[in-house]
Design a protein around this ligand. Structure first.
Ligand SMILES: *[C@@H]1O[C@H](CO)[C@@H](O)[C@H](O)[C@H]1NC(C)=O
Ligand SMILES: *[C@@H]1O[C@H](CO)[C@@H](O)[C@H](O)[C@H]1NC(C)=O
Ligand SMILES: *[C@@H]1O[C@H](CO)[C@@H](O)[C@H](O)[C@H]1NC(C)=O
Ligand SMILES: *[C@@H]1O[C@H](CO)[C@@H](O)[C@H](O)[C@H]1NC(C)=O
Ligand SMILES: *[C@@H]1O[C@H](CO)[C@@H](O)[C@H](O)[C@H]1NC(C)=O
Length: 564
């Protein structure tokens, strides 16, 4: 009676015993992934269950208090144990989910310290029965192999209220901020410039941002981290060579202190080399960690694996910089809301999360003629991270003032509403615009980003032992800002002050103090009749292209040391 199985599944769903958790998740397979066919029913896959947390509203209130210098709670951060006590799923949630898994024959599960994620291995057959509607297939791209479902999944009605989403079913690994695209395009367009162009080096950054030779870390427990999700590796030898070539004139380290996750032996990636080399050049002499490709199982989501790690480690670095983004409209809102809660969990621990704003300006979702819209990117659009845009030198042959780098990601979220801390700044921008893009292109009620910026154009990187010029992208500006915030943390620690933690409430209260305002240039937008390739333009004070501007270290340090 083999036929009974599918009949039963059909009966279950059409009768409404199960429902979608992520009905709005995009399940289009990205072009570069080739389909290899359905996975064998006995093959093992690994799924991640995000259990419904408690007290998320309280967590949010608490985050805003510990991050707001005008609150008596400012800087009174929680340790992971206290975060657990606050958000841990209720006993009912844990019981219902465990029973559901058990009933379906799932018994190999691991949890994290905060108890709000479960990671379980099971056969594809069990997974497909557990998640009606799912059907697991194998895809390959560039030597990487993945297992994902080609169709949306449902869960039993009993667990609907107890699970936020299931990881490992849909999302493909992020493509990063398409740094390689920008790089190769630059090489093609401007071959001559490479010879004469100054290029961005640690020395150029330290000069522009007013870092003296003695502006390096020295506090005992300071630390910073970069995270990679692109099957890319940094090579210790590249970092060492980079520091020999470019690390003159300031005390620095030439080694990473800790690699969490798997460092493959393959070729170094430009992206991985860039992040490590530059966070260690501005955040010089500070202990640095690399989170590398967490989640190597074919059915894991690397970014999600990294988020789980943060909830499973009691001691993690104070500053994290991440160059990863996806279009908001490709991700389910349940997933984005939950990841946003994970950022709050990091923030209440006093940890600063910095994300690249993206390399497509305002982006564009091409719809019907006359109906195009800008296309925000996540996590850049999360209200609980600090998002970093990009600039270029006005004169590429000199260390002068900065202007907009046309790729700098920026805009307004369609998912997250505008947080209170930025309402004044954003409304002032909207009012002052002389020729704004049509209102139909963006959502003025959404979280607006970026928050600040740094140089993102024409970096020198050492990769596979070769110095490479013309590397560009907000992937470059983000670790630069990360290193500078780490230096400020360092000075705070030496004075017995807490870390900066989630910076935005304070950053917006400073109203640009300590930053170089970027007021020239526009970034990319839709290539159509109405906006003709233009998104937003930089202007005096905050704007959705370069935020409040780029760091003037001594002035920013002074401003951020005042807040106790
Ligand atoms: C969390 O850490 C514990 C102890 O280090 C480990 O046993 C467990 O497998 C980890 N959880 C996950 C989901 O990796
Ligand atoms: C920092 O740099 C800017 C421009 O390069 C300069 O005008 C300023 O005087 C410097 N020093 C401080 C403390 O801001
Ligand atoms: C570099 O950091 C160490 C602590 O990690 C400190 O002892 C040393 O003094 C620092 N170097 C400088 C030049 O500040
Ligand atoms: C550094 O961290 C260790 C372990 O977390 C702690 O015992 C020590 O007191 C810390 N030192 C300082 C100077 O904060
Ligand atoms: C605009 O953003 C808000 C969140 O601030 C959201 O609720 C709404 O759906 C968005 N509108 C569109 C058309 O996306």
């Amino acid at each position: 009676m083999r036929i009974q199985v599918p009949l039963l599944v059909l009966a279950c769903c059409s009768l409404g015993f199960s429902e979608h958790l992520e009905a709005d998740q995009n399940i289009i397979i990205p072009d570069h992934w080739a389909h290899l066919g359905r996975v064998n029913p006995t093959e093992e896959i690994e799924l991640t269950f995000a259990l419904r947390q408690q007290n998320v509203d309280q967590l949010e209130d608490l985050l805003l208090q510990v991050s707001d210098p005008s609150s008596p709670q400012y800087g009174k951060y929680l340790v992971l144990e206290e975060v657990t006590a606050l958000v841990r799923p209720s006993q009912l949630t844990q019981k219902v989910v465990h029973q559901w898994l058990q009933r379906n024959g799932v018994s190999h599960c691991q949890t994290v310290l905060t108890q709000d994620f479960l990671q379980c291995s099971m056969t594809a057959q069990v997974a497909e029965a557990l998640l009606p509607g799912s059907q697991f297939h194998r895809y390959v791209s560039d030597g990487q192999s993945l297992v994902r479902s080609s169709s949306l999944y449902q869960v039993h009605r009993d667990v609907l209220q107890h699970i936020d989403f299931v990881g490992g079913v849909h999302r493909f690994p992020p493509t990063g901020q398409d740094l390689r695209g920008v790089l190769s395009q630059r090489n093609r367009q401007r071959p001559l410039e490479a010879k004469f162009h100054l290029g961005v080096t640690p020395a150029a950054l330290r000069t522009r941002y007013n870092l003296t030779a003695t502006d390096v870390g020295s506090a005992q427990n300071n630390s910073q981290a970069v995270a990679q999700f692109l099957e890319q590796f940094y090579h210790p030898a590249d970092l060492a060579q980079f520091m020999v070539m470019f690390g003159k004139g300031f005390q620095h380290r030439s080694d990473v202190d800790k690699v969490v996750g798997t460092q493959g032996g393959g070729k170094a990636g430009i992206e991985a080399s860039l992040d490590v080399e530059y966070i260690m050049s501005t955040g010089a002499n500070i202990s640095t960690w690399v989170f590398s490709n967490g989640g190597r199982h074919e059915s894991q989501e690397p970014f999600l694996q990294w988020m789980l790690l943060l909830s499973n480690l009691t001691d993690i670095p104070w500053v994290h910089t991440i160059s990863y983004g996806d279009d908001e409209d490709s991700l389910s809102s349940a997933y984005m809301q939950r990841i946003n809660t994970e950022f709050m969990k990091a923030g209440v621990r006093g940890i600063s999360m910095l994300f690249a704003s993206g390399d497509s300006g305002a982006g564009c979702k091409y719809l019907a003629k006359g109906g195009n819209r800008f296309r925000p990117s996540f996590p850049a659009s999360s209200p609980y991270v600090t998002t970093v845009g990009g600039t270029s030198f006005k004169n590429p042959f000199k260390i002068t003032y900065e202007v907009t780098h046309y790729i700098s990601g920026g805009g307004f979220s369609n998912v997250f509403k505008m947080p209170d801390y930025q309402v004044g700044a954003v409304n002032a921008f909207l009012k002052a615009q002389s020729a704004p893009p049509p209102k139909t292109y963006f959502n003025t009620s959404g979280r607006a980003y970026p928050d600040m910026a740094a140089l993102s154009d024409n970096y020198w990187v050492v990769s596979n032992r070769v110095p490479v010029p013309l590397v560009s992208g907000t992937s470059a500006s983000t670790p630069v800002v990360g290193g500078i915030l780490s230096l400020i943390n360092d000075q705070r620690f030496l004075k017995g002050l807490p870390s900066l933690g989630f910076l935005n409430p304070l950053l917006y209260q400073l109203k640009g103090r300590g930053l170089f305002d970027v007021t020239e240039g526009c970034h990319l937008g839709c290539l159509d009749d109405l906006v003709q390739g233009k998104g937003f333009c930089a202007s005096v004070s905050w704007d959705p292209v370069t935020g409040w501007g780029t760091p003037n270290y001594p002035a920013l340090l002074a401003a951020l040391l005042e807040r106790k």
